[in-house]
Design a protein around this ligand. Structure first.
Ligand SMILES: CC(C)(COP(=O)(O)OP(=O)(O)OC[C@H]1O[C@@H](n2cnc3c(N)ncnc32)[C@H](O)[C@@H]1OP(=O)(O)O)[C@@H](O)C(=O)NCCC(=O)NCCS
Length: 156
């Protein structure tokens, strides 16, 4: 998935690795292509990120937090408006993510649940924006499973 994102929907200037003594121990990538579909049919572009990953033996040392904090700061500086995504509901609130329902945004199917989160990067970007969140196709497993399997064969 990351390989495909690097070729298409991934945002190069919002892709980072964490290094420790020349070893890559963590990674984050953001993507374009996600948006909020409003009732009048207009689309409000938003960022999505993921996967965020830290090598198991280096977890719980603040590396995931460092990747999150730095990438959020850079996304703000680059002028992106908001982030929406699905993730662990107990991990991300510390970075100021809130449930998407607080912004009046639902999933494509009209649902809300704690794992569906949002954050404004520019104040007011989501003010008055209500609608359904449509995720970039890269996150749809059913579309990518076959090509991911093909790619994995390169390492067998
Ligand atoms: C989630 C992940 C990126 C966190 O990275 P990390 O470097 O371990 O995170 P930090 O050191 O910054 O923070 C650790 C804290 O997050 C908590 N945490 C880790 N994974 C969590 C999860 N799945 N749900 C809730 N809390 C979690 C830890 O318990 C720890 O809490 P503490 O500080 O109170 O002890 C890492 O555990 C990971 O790579 N997991 C596997 C891949 C994954 O699930 N990625 C996220 C979804 S795309």
């Amino acid at each position: 998935m990351v390989h495909m994102m690097r070729e298409n929907e991934g945002i190069r200037e919002l892709t980072f690795v964490a290094e420790l003594k020349d070893e890559i121990v963590g990674h984050i990538i953001y993507s374009k292509g996600s948006y909020i579909l409003q009732s009048d049919g207009t689309k409000k572009k938003v960022l999505n990120f993921g996967p965020l990953s830290v090598l198991p033996k280096y977890q719980k040392k603040g590396i995931g937090s460092a990747l999150m904090k730095y990438s959020i700061k850079r996304a703000k500086e680059l002028g992106y408006g908001a982030i929406l995504f699905f993730g662990h509901p107990t991990y991300y609130p510390k970075f100021r993510f809130k449930e998407a329902k607080e912004f009046g945004i639902t999933t494509k199917k009209g649902d809300n649940f704690p794992a569906f989160m949002a954050m404004e990067l520019q104040e007011g970007y989501l003010s008055g924006v209500t609608g359904k969140y449509v995720e970039a196709p890269i996150y749809d497993d059913s579309l990518t499973k076959k090509s991911a399997k093909e790619y994995d064969k390169l390492f067998q």
